[in-house]
Design a protein around this ligand. Sequence first.
Ligand SMILES: Cc1cc2nc3c(=O)[nH]c(=O)nc-3n(C[C@H](O)[C@H](O)[C@H](O)COP(=O)(O)O)c2cc1C
Length: 228
Amino acid sequence: MDSGDSTGRTDGVRAWLRGLEVFAGPLAYFDPTTAPADPVGLFLDWLREAVAAGVPDAHAMTLSTVAEDGGPDARVLFLKNVDGAGWQFAAHARSPKGRQLAVRPHAALTFYWPLLGRQVRVRGTVEPAPADQSSADLLARSVSARAEVELGRQSEHLKSAEERDLALREALARIESDPAPGSQQWTLYTLSPAHIEFWQADKSRLHKRLRYERTDPADPWQRHMLWP
Ligand SMILES: Cc1cc2nc3c(=O)[nH]c(=O)nc-3n(C[C@H](O)[C@H](O)[C@H](O)COP(=O)(O)O)c2cc1C
């Protein structure tokens, strides 16, 4: 039985959610038995197919981390690069996620491309990239995005919009007078995966799942199909 909200009406919400169409498609096709030995190439194929199918922000992903209290935390970030070394994203080292990664350098990434009915889950250890790579990423950002980094106060309580706007104007002026990267806190992180799962929705609910696993980056990938 529903516990009810302040109006006691949740049955309507439940029925409405149950009635929403899922995996509307047209779904993509995936045959795990013919998947390549290299998951990076397969991931890039899926990402390109998502972009080509018109999935907005197809390179956005949920980054899940472990918070200081041992509980999970998660937020959406943009993917910066993928290669044999891993999946890269960028963040302020003093933001909550940056501090969490400094203490517990483990994370999971989740991509979902609804138009194709595809999900990719990546899990592994996270390391900051060399400082010159982080500086190059910062310099490639727009001036306003750089100014936001300069503020260095992400996720702190904000007293007023005026206080933020003043700090932002000061940061913009600093960047315009000296465009060299000031913040050493903007950090490119590389997640080196131990698990990568490719998940393809199926209209008849026989979802296809393939997980690549390895315990050491020097080991070859093992491939396992998973029950739906
Ligand atoms: C589509 C999208 C992309 C985002 N990309 C980034 C990003 O690349 N880096 C980043 O630090 N925050 C990004 N954000 C903001 C984060 O979701 C988050 O609000 C912020 O980083 C603070 O997270 P934290 O308090 O857990 O550290 C993005 C948000 C959205 C919705």
